[in-house]
Write a protein that binds this ligand. Structure first.
Ligand code: BTN
Length: 253
């Protein structure tokens, strides 16, 4: 049996990006389980070269994990998405609908509350960077309100109040460690099952945008063993997507 992941936590007041610090520590130590948490980021980065608003009140956390093979690299983002989804579900009051959105955005009431940026480090490690809008007010999120899945935060959804960020990071690490154990013992099929179970868009009609000129509408079936998103097209075929994002969904389907 593999020993559970042991975390070594580094806390910082401010940094350009916790992913950059975690990548440096990964290169220096070669260890997995190194966690970097910052109160603010000055150059928070999102997927697709987008910015990630990182004012005080959010959780900005990066962790190093084994990424010895190309398959690890495609599995880690989905695995991390499930862990964050489980953590958010546990932390928010029961009435909230929490979901993963392919590949690893976390939605609350179909609005984006968290995102994950995985990056590779030379050698056998990857860095999983997690951003959660916890006590984030409306103003820093305004530039992201026009996105197809608008930005939100714990505090905005709950109508005020402050969440304890240490409790949030502890819960994220607990869920990450749990799912990482499952992944190491049972492999990706167990993660795939949990991802689909935590995705409220399964069975819904969605629009998938691969590029500004390539869009596909279909019913979301789930993910396959490679982590690709699988849609049933109106012509009754299965389409697989490896890059791009869901840009629209029809709630009533
Ligand atoms: C996305 O949805 O586009 C991914 C956002 C990832 C943000 C986190 S915050 C911690 C880590 N450091 C970064 O600069 N980015 C990730």
């Amino acid at each position: 049996m593999t020993a559970p992941l042991a975390f070594e936590i580094h806390r910082m007041k401010e940094t350009p990006s916790t992913n950059i610090v975690a990548k440096d520590l990964a290169r220096q130590t070669g260890k997995e389980g190194i966690v970097v948490i910052a109160e603010t980021q000055t150059q928070g980065r999102g997927r697709g070269k987008k910015d990630w608003a990182s004012p005080a009140g959010g959780l900005y956390l990066s962790v190093t994990l084994n990424a010895a093979s190309p398959k690890h690299l495609t599995d880690l983002p989905l695995l991390a998405g499930v862990a964050v989804c489980q953590a958010v579900t546990q932390l928010l009051p029961k009435q909230f609908d929490v979901s993963v959105k392919w590949p690893n955005d976390i939605l609350v009431g179909m609005k984006k509350v968290a995102g994950i940026l995985c990056e590779t480090v030379e050698g056998a490690l990857g860095v999983v960077g997690i951003g959660i809008n916890v006590n984030t007010g409306a103003e820093p999120l305004l530039p992201f309100m026009r996105n197809s899945f608008k930005a939100t935060s714990f505090t905005l959804e709950c109508g005020g109040g402050a969440f304890d960020l240490t409790k949030v990071s502890d819960m994220v690490l607990k869920k990450l460690s749990g799912i990482y154990d499952i992944y190491r013992s049972e492999g990706f099929p167990a993660v795939r099952y949990l991802w689909e179970k935590n995705c409220q868009l399964v069975g819904k009609k969605v629009e998938f945008t691969e590029s500004p000129t390539q869009k596909q509408v279909g019913t979301l079936l789930g993910i396959d063993d490679t982590g690709a998103l699988v849609l049933a097209t109106p012509e009754g075929e299965k389409s697989r997507f490896y890059a791009g994002e869901i840009t629209c969904y029809w709630p009533s389907t």
